[in-house]
Design a protein around this ligand. Sequence first.
Ligand code: CAA
Ligand code: FAD
Length: 384
Amino acid sequence: MQFQLTEEHLMIQKAARDFAQNECLPGVIERDEHQKFPREQILKLAELGFMGMMVSPDYGGAGMDTISYVLAMEEVSKIDASVSVAMSVNNSLVCWGLEKFGSEEQKQKYLVPLAQGRKNGELHIGAFLLSEPEAGSDATSQRTYAEDKGDHYILNGTKNWITNGSSASTYLVMAQSDIAKGSKGINAFIVEKSWPGVAVGAKENKLGIRGSDTHTITFTDVKVPKENRLGGDGFGFTFAMKTLAGGRIGIASQALGIASGAYELALKYSKERKAFGKEIMHHQAIQFKLADMATRIECARLLCLKSAWEKDQHLDYTLSSSMAKVFASETAMWVATEAVQVHGGYGFVKEYHVERLMRDAKITQIYEGTSEVQRIVISRSILK
Ligand code: CAA
Ligand code: FAD
């Protein structure tokens, strides 16, 4: 067993860190305040090959491993979680799902530009549409219906909370086709946003990741050719669950980054701020907070890396990714809240960044399966 990153891993980590400092930090407070989608930042990420990191070069990707992905996600998330959520969805839900389960034709047509994150110089990313107004955690209760019409399906329904909802050009949509079959009646489809009957609702006004474009998407009699179904008839729920297992490594790494970003700021501030005649780092109450932050972050990092390693080794990573996600997201919420405390009143204003990290941390406990859902997955696995 080795706990050492390779030269290549260290280079990727540095490239992501430099990118976050140089491209994401400038304007991050304004983008959050004005809910501005970080289009330029994501285009530059695409130029670095970070929007299709794990996709084979045969399909336009960078051919990196999942460990590299965790390292890059952590660095970008330290600075701007609105950028990293777009990166996570495109890499680990959209591109991975297409590469693993798409046909050769689907990969050539859809995966190649999505892995590059660009088409004709413009941003070209995807979105993953599972959640509905009445089907979030209870994801098998899909109301969106895809009626089989022989050579095509007719899609009707509503998806909500969709990340990259307006910026994506390609949607992976889960829908029920045979209600009597329950989860085995669900299909997954590749749907183009430009097709007739697809409508994008208003952007959600959110607590955190305010730059990320979260939208409701509705489908009204959308004609989807049969060749756009992913996998065989009824494969959609398995597709969603298998894809989400990897997605949860991405969100766990996002949470890890938010936690380490908040910790680094708290550490720096504790060395600068004086109270009672000495820097606050000399007060044991602050020292113990920092010690607990560093310890929990290290645990979260090890869980993320272990899950990534299992995925790279083609082992089953369903359990480890849920463990990483629940632990890292709860760490992010706790560390960011304590980082605000270490900053005192200054932590409560925007200029010091930690209040944003605290707001951004919250979503990591909700999306890609709430903390309660992760505990369902973990307990089912250890009790079976
Ligand atoms: N791999 C393969 N198959 C799986 C699976 C997996 N990981 N998990 C479940 N299945 C199969 C089951 O074996 C079962 O098949 P059988 O009937 O043949 O046994 C079938 O799928 C149904 O599974 P369950 O009976 O376990 O279903 P359930 O109703 O009890 O729900 C759940 C399980 C874990 C709670 C699941 O519904 C779930 O993960 N919910 C959360 C949904 C979620 O994470 N949404 C995220 C949306 S994307 C997003 O959020 C992106 C973003 O923010 C950026
Ligand atoms: P519910 O499922 O209604 O849960 C409400 C509460 O009940 C939660 O605390 C939950 O943990 C708890 N609960 C539910 N069932 C159980 C149970 N059996 N046992 C114990 N507790 C339970 N979805 C997508 O498909 N694609 C996206 O790109 C996407 N992006 C998102 C971005 C944002 C900003 C947000 C807010 C959400 C996003 N989602 C996306 C949706 C997200 O995955 C869901 O919000 C999440 O899965 C929870 O579903 P819900 O909101 O319907 O809550």
